[in-house]
Design a protein around this ligand. Structure first.
Ligand SMILES: Cc1ncc(COP(=O)(O)O)c(C=O)c1O
Length: 386
């Protein structure tokens, strides 16, 4: 994959000096903490965007038939999902949709179940809407994270808990939940009348022959599900992305739609529309190459860590890796400061994803093999007695 050399000149969040100073205490650091890619975006998307900018102005747009067809084909060919376009609402971001769902279907202090260590903004959204975070932590068994069904059943039964948010593929631990695992989750939600929100933003980056299953496969069994999705991660479009909420149940959809209308959230962004339609129609090969490169990067990391005390939790999906430092450190602050100071690589501390992630770190590997290898070597060197 070709690396986008120009990103160094962009005002990207990951290299914002103010943010680096706050998070890492210095600005002279190689940022590998934000989940976006350093690969050049797909050539057909570049061309389509250039053409859209060069040839016309920016009047109000709607999504044309060609957009829906491209999207439907993508889901059909890749996931055997027949999208019902009447079920889809478009929203500026996944976290916007989750906030709206929480506010519409629960009241203050209602419990919302999450599965930490998990994408930190779930926690922020639950706190900001004044609901209670109920944790159903993942279990690490033989170096693989698993769902704790017994604990989930107990928490789902409690009257005050009304929503479960799952992340599939799971950020940061990289699990891609199997059909059997998801079926059990759906059944628990059904038995306890929980609204199931499935964040599937990382669905297109599935590695080493693993298979992604959307909870949409279970909509015949249970309709109280919402899939939050976006192609932002898959095609490195975070800076111009919007997102979709797939909502099979009419009442839930209508309620969400009326809030979208209230705040005028459903506007079509011309550049996003062009980028997405092109990605769906012409992005397959580029994405295959991304996946191959990420797999090779995982293999290289595994190789570098062979004789190290740092353990890799091998990802099944996403382009992040989850590194286990429990054999080296006892204190999470010491781990973070030591690695940041000595390696000059900016990683996410695991506890940012919940205290269940303490003594782990997340590293973005959607970049060149050279950079990944050099960075992991610096991290290995930074760790004492390694
Ligand atoms: C699991 C997950 N959901 C959502 C997002 C962000 O999506 P949005 O910007 O649409 O809220 C991310 C970004 O890292 C993510 O990892």
């Amino acid at each position: 994959m070709k690396i986008d050399e120009k990103i160094k000149e962009l005002p990207l969040t990951k290299s914002n000096p103010k943010t680096l100073e706050i998070l890492f205490g210095k600005t002279d650091i190689t940022p590998m903490w934000v989940a976006d890619m350093e690969f050049e975006i797909a050539k057909p998307i570049q061309d389509a965007l250039k053409e859209r900018i060069t040839n016309s102005g920016f009047g109000y747009e709607y999504k044309p038939e060609s957009f829906f067809l491209a999207q439907e084909n993508w889901y059909n060919e890749n996931y055997a999902i027949d999208l019902n376009r009447k079920h889809i609402l478009y929203s500026p971001s996944i976290t916007t949709t989750i906030s709206i769902l929480i506010e519409n279907f629960t009241s203050e202090n209602t419990g919302v179940i999450t599965q930490p260590p998990v994408f930190m903004e779930f926690k922020d959204v639950i706190r900001n809407t004044k609901r209670r975070i109920i944790k159903n932590p993942l279990k690490l068994v033989n170096n693989q994270y698993q769902l704790d069904f017994k604990d989930l059943e107990e928490k789902a039964k409690l009257e005050n808990n009304k929503i479960l948010i799952i992340c599939n593929p799971h950020n940061p631990v990289g699990r891609v939940w199997t059909k059997q695992e998801l079926e059990r989750v759906v059944n628990i939600c059904k038995e306890n009348d929980l609204l199931l929100i499935s964040d599937e933003i990382h669905k297109d980056i599935v590695l080493f022959g693993n298979q992604f299953t959307s909870v949409l496969h279970f909509q015949e069994i249970y309709e109280k599900i919402v899939v939050c999705n976006s192609e932002a991660k898959s095609f490195n479009l975070c800076g111009i992305a919007d997102s979709m909420a797939i909502i099979p149940n009419e009442d839930i959809r209508n309620a969400v739609f009326s809030t979208f209308k209230k705040y005028n959230l459903g506007r079509t962004n011309a550049l996003t529309r062009v980028a997405l339609e092109t990605a769906y129609n012409e992005g397959h090969l580029w994405l295959e190459n991304v996946i191959k490169t990420v797999e090779e990067n995982v293999d290289s990391i595994e190789n570098e860590l062979k004789n190290s005390k740092i353990q890799l939790i091998k990802p099944e999906g996403t382009y992040q890796i989850w590194l286990d430092f429990r054999e080296v450190y006892k204190d999470t602050k010491e781990m973070f400061n030591n690695i940041t100071e000595k390696s000059d690589i900016g990683l996410n501390a695991g506890h940012w994803f919940g205290r269940e992630g303490a003594l782990f770190m997340r590293m973005n590997i959607a970049t060149s093999k050279e950079k990944v290898v050099k960075s992991i070597q610096k991290i290995i060197k930074a760790v004492p007695n390694n």
